[in-house]
Structure formats: structure tokens, C-alpha cells
Design a protein around this ligand. Structure first.
Ligand SMILES: Nc1ncnc2c1ncn2[C@@H]1O[C@H](COP(=O)(O)OP(=O)(O)O)[C@@H](O)[C@H]1O
Ligand SMILES: [Mg+2]
Length: 328
């Protein structure tokens, strides 16, 4: 297998919006360190699940990959080209191969645009088809994602569709460009529970057909396991553990991964009862040392002072005292 995407030392710091009074009294600019030095790679045809609690920076990683957010620093190497250094036409052409499916099916479609035009527009913008060809491709794609009869859905407006149907449109819109890489950002978390499996299966059905690689973002470790080939666990802007799904799930090394696991009902093990204390800290002032230490039941002095590096070969962990447990 060859690598399709590599992210190196990616950072995104958002300037903190301050009130006039705050600005007056403090001269320093403050930042939310949403993504703080993240590196990983994805192979061709592989799905990497990115998991972590809300606010860890998962969406920001995804948005940077598809060009919706400019990195503060770092590289995004896609098909051997650094996307952060591309401009104009070259950048647009590369980004055709990188699509995103958003979490909120109600916010991701243009309320004034017909369903069919959501699929035709990208084809025309990227010069991939004539008007009549684009219409034909759009109709085929609507059928492919289960919106039948396609000619009826084609002329509808988003408000006339259910959440599940809208997410099918969003998947169709991403896939119509035959992308090589898709960021799926919690694609089913706002969908009715009864429809989640069908929508997930639809998304995954494109994997083999297009030899698609994917960054699959979720806050749910059981979904991350189901969908992914590998899992990256993110905490407060950093990857704390990454490896093959089975290794991460059966031999979690980071206490945060173990805590996420012990919260999943089907994984509930008597020997793995690690409750997470408190909430995610504020990325505006992350704790010194290991960012997880205030919540970690195993934290020692070193954890409060020295930031752990992500170390290991294929299964890597950023922890001074990695766990040694095996869950069958
Ligand atoms: N455009 C933005 N401006 C300021 N802060 C942001 C912006 N987008 C995200 N953040 C902050 O960055 C952090 C990570 O957010 P996000 O990437 O959405 O996390 P997740 O997807 O894991 O929930 C959060 O603290 C969030 O409030
Ligand atoms: Mg998010």
C-alpha cells in the first residue's frame, strides 16, 4: 500500500475574541490551541478513525485537510504535494480529490438550491462534464444513494427532505467528483438512530468502488472501531494514541483511550473501570506537562511537568507510563 496523505506538525491556533476591556488590560494576544502539533498518515484505501470528546480539535483537523481552514503551521502532503503551498488553479484542482461530509445535514445544503443542482454545480465548476452530462451523472448518483425516483428528488428543495435524505445528498455531492479522499465528520451523529446503519453502509459502499481513503471523525469509540482500519485518539489538540483498530481497542496504552473504552457499553470489562474525571480542559490554557494529567488516575509528578512524546512504531502512544493491559 502507498501513502495518500501525510500530515506533519499541523497546528491551528485561533485568536481569542476579547472584549474591549480585556484588550485594554492585557497586551498579549491569546490563542485557542485547537490543533497543536498533529502528525499522521493515511494509506490508499484506508480508513483512519479520529476519535475524542467534543472540543478536542477533530473538526478543525478535518477542515484543514479539505482547505476550509488555513493551518497556523505544518504541512498537509496529499499525493506527494504540500497542499499548504499550492495556490490558485493548482490548489483547486487538488482539492477536487478531497471532499468533506459534514455533521449537520440541515446546515450543509443550500436552502435555496435544488437537490439536483447540489450535484451538478461541482461537476461544472471543476469542468468535469457538459450541462447534459452533468444532469445524467447527477441523476445516476441520486439513485446510487437511494433517492429514488431520482427525477422527483432532483427538483426538490432541501427543506422538503428528511435529515437522513439530506445526508444522502451530502454523500452524493461529495462522491460525484470521484474523490480519492473523504473527510466524514460525524456523518451520522445527527441522524435518527434507526437510519444510522443504513447511512454508514452507504458511505462505506463507496470505499471499494472508488478505492477511497477516509478520515472518519467520531466521538464514539465503538463506531470508530467498526468503521476504521486504524484509530487515532485525540485529546486537547494532540494525538495521544494511534494504531491498528484491534491493537488500540484490545491493548489500549493511553489512560484516556482506556477511559473512552470503558465508557462503551459493549466493552465494559470488570478489569477496565477507568472513569473519566471532570471535563476536557480549556484549549486556551492547556495544562502543562501531559494535557490529560488533571483527569488521569495514574498521573505522577513527571506527568505534570514534562509533555510526553508520541512514541512507538505502528502502535504509538504519548504517555510517560503507558498501560499494559489486554482485553480479549
Ligand atoms: N473558528 C473558530 N474560532 C475559534 N475557536 C474555534 C473555532 N473552531 C473551533 N474552535 C475551538 O477549537 C476547539 C476545537 O474545536 P473542534 O475542532 O470543533 O473540536 P471537535 O470537532 O473535536 O469537537 C474548541 O475549543 C473550539 O471551541
Ligand atoms: Mg466536531
Amino acid at each position: 500500500m502507498s501513502e495518500i496523505l501525510r500530515v506533519e506538525n499541523l497546528k491551528k491556533y485561533f485568536p481569542v475574541q476579547k472584549s474591549f476591556i480585556e484588550v485594554f488590560f492585557s497586551k498579549e494576544l491569546e490563542f485557542i490551541r485547537a490543533v497543536d502539533d498533529v502528525s499522521f498518515s493515511v494509506e490508499e484505501g484506508e480508513i483512519l478513525s479520529l476519535v475524542g470528546e467534543s472540543g478536542c480539535g477533530k473538526t478543525t483537523v478535518g477542515r484543514m485537510l479539505v482547505g476550509l481552514e488555513e493551518p497556523t503551521s505544518g504541512k498537509i502532503i496529499f499525493k506527494n504535494k504540500d497542499l499548504t503551498s499550492l495556490e490558485g488553479e493548482e490548489r483547486r484542482a487538488m482539492h477536487r480529490h478531497l471532499q468533506i461530509i459534514f455533521q449537520d445535514p440541515y446546515a450543509s445544503l443550500n436552502p435555496k438550491m435544488k437537490i439536483g443542482d447540489h450535484l451538478i454545480d461541482p461537476l461544472l465548476i471543476h469542468g468535469l462534464a457538459s450541462n447534459s452530462e452533468a444532469k445524467e451523472i447527477a441523476m445516476e448518483m441520486l439513485e446510487r444513494v437511494g433517492l429514488v425516483p431520482a427525477d422527483q428528488f432532483f427538483n426538490r428543495l432541501p427543506y422538503q427532505l428528511s435529515g437522513g435524505q439530506r445526508q444522502r445528498v451530502a454523500i452524493a455531492r461529495a462522491m460525484v467528483l470521484k474523490p480519492e479522499f473523504v473527510v466524514a465528520d460525524e456523518p451520522v451523529s445527527m441522524i435518527d438512530v434507526s437510519l444510522r446503519a443504513a447511512i454508514l453502509n452507504l458511505l462505506l459502499s463507496f470505499k471499494d468502488e472508488y478505492r477511497l481513503s477516509m478520515l472518519f471523525i467520531t466521538h464514539d469509540l465503538s463506531v470508530a472501531r467498526l468503521v476504521g482500519d486504524r484509530i487515532a485518539v485525540m485529546y486537547l489538540g494532540k494525538i495521544v494514541e494511534i494504531g491498528d483498530v484491534d491493537e488500540v481497542v484490545q491493548e489500549p496504552k493511553h489512560p484516556y483511550t482506556a477511559a473512552l473504552l470503558s465508557a462503551v457499553p459493549s466493552f465494559e470489562k470488570k478489569d477496565l473501570r477507568i472513569d473519566i474525571k471532570g471535563d476536557v480542559a480549556n484549549p486556551r490554557n492547556p495544562p502543562p506537562g501531559c494535557r490529560y494529567h488533571p483527569r488521569c488516575p495514574f498521573a505522577k509528578k513527571e506527568c505534570k511537568e514534562v509533555e510526553p512524546e508520541l512514541t512507538g512504531d505502528r502502535h504509538r502512544v504519548a504517555c510517560h507510563f503507558p498501560l499494559e493491559i489486554k482485553i480479549d
